[in-house]
Design a protein around this ligand. Structure first.
Ligand code: ADP
Ligand code: MG
Ligand code: ZN
Length: 620
């Protein structure tokens, strides 16, 4: 439960205090003086002298236009008596003065009102009230959950003692779960790790497209470990006042440390963790918040059992400082579900929905490649709504299929969900890479081949089959690498006699590699032992500049074209001569969307019994 309610309760109280303050100030400055200000009563000159004669006067003030008399009973009546100045009449005024002298009354200086009550009310009370108000305000701002948590950061921190979610609520995502098991164990039993002196990662970054269950996964981790869950969403920082973001981060960590073991979850961390390099649109507030986050992550003691999880769908824009060891140095990929994953998710979300026996999740899953967990949940709900509208007691396959169109149709235009044709092309493309690898190098291509859209990569869905990088590479190996990169496009051409934009990243990498062969490694026959590229080492990142004449550059470009062209031809030949294997593996990949290394090896061994593959021992 979010604390929003608490915040709503607090602001009216603040307003009441402010109104009260204003009322007190108005009363004391304007009304009180009016009420108790001494009154002045006009009397005749004879009455005036009479009062002096009968000893009723205490003091007399003479100024240019009037005489003023303060009576002895002033405290009771609160009234002065005044009369016109008669100094033009010499006799009368002389008589008055001698009368005053005779009675021993002061008359030169003005009458000073010495109404202490009035002065106290008018000057001291408002000052005291104002000071008290600010003290109260200040104290409540510094105290957690004070009466007036006005602008208080705790109000938006989302704290749960128990999330109620477990891994059973997260369908599929086995890899991600496996990676998180250790963190759960650590939270359950920090002593086990600290006893040995092992340092556990302070933070892990959940990376994946929207709706794949990153938030859900973080909650499930807290649920599995049975620890409290503190969360904060990066997007909330954007709307905050200066300095608030940083203080909220400070607060979050303070609370978390008090409640350890627990999980701190920062959703949409890209909103604060954007790279600071981009000075075009620097944002002081965001930078302050980020700096505070970095400082807190460095400062807190993870042995107490606080683990920070963060989620993002744009890992590439994150500030490098966030990804350094001791911060979010672990990356957990939460990918879009494959065919089986989609069936599992449909099963999880249909538990409480009445379904006809004819509903076939396999068909639904097949029709929704590229759909996220959130999309699938949405499809089930949409189908249930349709069933209600149609007056049915249960959801049938028809509603499910209609729901796909409603939920996915809009998305399809955005190219997020693959059409069937696209899926077939991608299956051939990826199989092309994998098969060329195996045929050329006699090794297993990679531990996983997938045609599920990916978070990263230019087109979003191409998982490249690349070998582990070695320290030393021969020219032959480099050339093989280029052949493998061209294998995707070659496969498309062989099967469909047409080519797509899906290979653009391959082309970029192949070109780069061919350029390096010539200009850095000095491996080209034409140019030999020379270097034509200069490396500019920047802080956290490299760039390269060409270091040769324009004519040489042209020659190099031609040579690159020769190399990649030659490699492409080789890939075409390899794949054409093993077309049956290509077709078979591509159709399995199309069907299942993901193949593990083992599955690939098994298929390959059946189809090409003469070639024995070795394992590429990569832990990617
Ligand atoms: P993200 O944070 O990655 O954008 P969420 O965790 O908010 O995604 O997921 C949105 C909803 O989609 C979840 O509440 C859940 O119901 C559903 N969902 C997504 N992935 C899964 C999954 N693997 N298993 C079950 N439900 C899922
Ligand atoms: Mg989320
Ligand atoms: Zn490719």
């Amino acid at each position: 439960m979010s604390n929003d309610k608490g915040k709503k309760k607090k602001s009216p109280i603040f307003i009441y205090y402010a109104i009260l303050l204003v009322v007190i100030l108005i009363v004391s400055y304007m009304l009180v003086p009016k009420l108790i200000e001494p009154k002045e009563k006009e009397i005749s000159f004879s009455e005036f002298t009479e009062m002096i004669k009968t000893d009723k006067a205490e003091q007399v003030e003479i100024n240019s236009n009037q005489f003023k008399l303060k009576p002895k009973d002033f405290k009771e009546t609160n009234t002065y008596y005044v009369t016109g100045n008669i100094s033009n009449y010499i006799d009368e005024s002389t008589a008055l003065l001698s009368l005053l002298d005779e009675k021993g009354l002061k008359y030169g200086s003005p009458i000073v009102s010495s109404n202490y009550v009035l002065e106290f009310i008018v000057y001291v009370v408002p000052t005291l009230v104002t000071v008290a108000f600010f003290i109260l305000l200040y104290r409540s701002m510094n105290k957690k959950g004070g009466v007036m948590s006005f602008g208080k950061n705790t109000s938006k921190i989302y704290a749960e003692t128990s999330t109620g979610k477990t891994f059973a609520d997260v369908a599929g995502q086995e890899e991600a779960k496996q990676n998180l098991v250790e963190i759960i164990d650590f939270l359950n039993n920090p002593g086990k790790y600290t006893a040995i002196g092992a340092k556990l990662p302070k933070g892990a970054l959940l990376v994946g497209p929207p709706g794949t269950g990153k938030t859900l996964m973080a909650k499930a981790v807290a649920g599995e470990a049975k620890v409290p869950f503190f969360s904060l969403s990066g997007s909330e920082f954007v709307e905050m006042f200066v300095g608030m973001g940083a203080s909220r981060v400070r607060d979050l960590f303070k609370q978390a440390t008090e409640n350890a073991p627990c999980i701190v979850f920062i959703d949409e961390i890209d909103a604060i963790g954007k790279s600071r390099d981009n000075s075009f649109n620097s944002n002081d507030e965001r930078e302050q918040t980020l700096n505070q986050l970095l400082a807190e992550m460095d400062g807190f003691d993870s042995s107490k059992g606080v683990v920070i999880l963060a989620a993002t769908n744009r890992p590439e824009i994150l500030d490098k400082a966030l990804l350094r060891p001791g911060r979010f140095d672990r990356r957990i990929i939460v990918d879009l579900p494959d065919q089986q994953g989609r069936i599992d998710i449909l099963n999880v979300h249909s538990k409480n929905v009445l379904m006809e026996p004819d509903v076939n999740f396999e068909v639904i899953a097949r029709a929704t490649p590229g759909a996220s967990g959130a999309d699938l949940e949405n499809i089930i709900n949409e189908a249930a709504l349709r069933a209600v509208r149609a007056g049915k007691a249960r959801v049938s396959q028809k509603e499910m299929e209609d729901a796909i169109e409603v939920v996915i149709a809009g998305e399809e235009k955005k190219n997020r969900v693959m059409s069937d044709d696209e899926k077939r092309i991608v299956a051939y493309h990826e199989t092309g890479h994998a098969l060329v690898t195996s045929l050329l190098t006699h090794t297993e291509p990679v531990h996983k081949i997938t045609i599920i859209p990916r978070t990263s990569g230019t087109l979003g869905y191409v998982m490249h089959v690349a070998k582990k990088e070695k320290v030393l590479m021969s020219k032959k190996e480099l050339m093989e690498e280029i052949v493998i990169l061209t294998g995707g496009r070659a496969s498309e051409e062989i099967e469909f006699q047409s080519i797509t934009t899906g290979a653009s990243n391959d082309i970029e990498r192949a070109t780069e590699m061919a350029r390096n062969i010539i200009t850095i490694y000095g491996m080209s026959d034409t140019f030999g032992f020379v270097n034509w590229q200069k490396k500019n080492t920047l802080y956290l990142g490299d760039s390269k500049t060409m270091n040769c004449s324009e004519e040489t550059q042209t020659k190099i470009d031609n040579e690159i074209q020769l190399i990649t062209g030659e490699c492409y031809k080789q890939a075409l030949e390899l794949l054409s001569s093993h077309k049956a294997t290509l077709d078979a593996i591509a159709s399995v990949l199309y069907e299942k969307e993901t193949l593990t290394g083992d599955e690939f090896m098994k298929l390959f061994a059946e189809l090409e019994p003469d070639i024995v593959l070795a394992r590429t021992d990569d832990g990617v």
